[in-house]
Design a protein around this ligand. Structure first.
Ligand SMILES: Cc1cc2nc3c(=O)[nH]c(=O)nc-3n(C[C@H](O)[C@H](O)[C@H](O)COP(=O)(O)O)c2cc1C
Length: 210
């Protein structure tokens, strides 16, 4: 079976350092026959969660924007990479939208979840359906000028863990430092961590899905 990865860049700009980090990972993964599609959240139509809680009562969401297509794509992949620059010591607002709406989407709203859970039309925390991301392999990286990478990584990794994914790590915190476009490749330690993370991600994908 072919192995596919969806890699999400949470930067608010195109041609970002975050996209560059994902291109480096994608090139390395292609050497072991793993295909990666990079999706950037910049310039996409993405709304905030409205907190109407319709999803819990009716398992429907009134928002139909680009994020729904992106989340459906994530469900088709075997591996997911979440990559995000640091804005004000944490993940970006766009990545926060993916995490906030994604937690509801993958557990309550995704068509595949509703199909497997047809006897339970409502939703309760006592009986949470399996996540549509369950069993997928995940990796997270952050890109910073200087500070906030650890807190952001915790958010990205925790999102994947509560969606029942198998999350891999590297030999150190996966934050790459760089401010100007392209500067991350000068962060030798950060690049080594990125390679190690990519290799650990690839090894687990191959073990589980080859
Ligand atoms: C609005 C904004 C807030 C930022 N806040 C931080 C911060 O708190 N800590 C930090 O180290 N870098 C911060 N940065 C710098 C970015 O993390 C850095 O430039 C990064 O390389 C941008 O990645 P990108 O090209 O993928 O968007 C901030 C940048 C912007 C635009």
């Amino acid at each position: 079976m072919s192995i596919n990865v969806i890699a999400i860049a949470g930067s608010h700009r195109k041609n970002s350092n975050t996209e560059l980090a994902l291109q480096i990972m994608s090139k390395r993964l292609s050497k072991i026959d793993i295909e990666t599609e990079i999706i950037t959240l910049a310039n996409k139509k993405i709304e905030h969660c409205r907190a109407c809680d319709n999803c819990k009562r009716t398992r429907k969401c009134p928002i139909n924007d680009n994020l729904v297509e992106i989340m459906e794509k994530m469900i088709t992949a075997q591996g997911i990479i979440l990559a995000c620059p640091i804005y004000s010591f944490n993940i970006t607002p766009l990545m926060q939208d993916l995490i906030t709406r994604g937690n509801r989407y993958f557990h309550i709203l995704a068509k595949s979840v509703i199909k497997d859970d047809f006897n339970n039309p409502g939703f309760t925390y006592k009986n949470i359906p399996y996540s549509a991301l369950k069993g997928k392999v995940g990796a997270a990286i952050t890109v910073a000028r200087r500070a906030g990478g650890g807190m952001a990584l915790w958010n990205l990794n925790n999102f994947m863990l509560v969606n029942e994914m198998q999350v891999v790590g590297s030999c150190y915190e996966n934050t790459i430092f760089g401010n100007e476009r392209g500067a991350i490749i000068k962060d030798i330690e950060g690049m080594n961590n990125l390679y190690r993370l990519t290799d650990n991600f690839g090894i687990l994908l191959k073990r589980l899905f080859s």
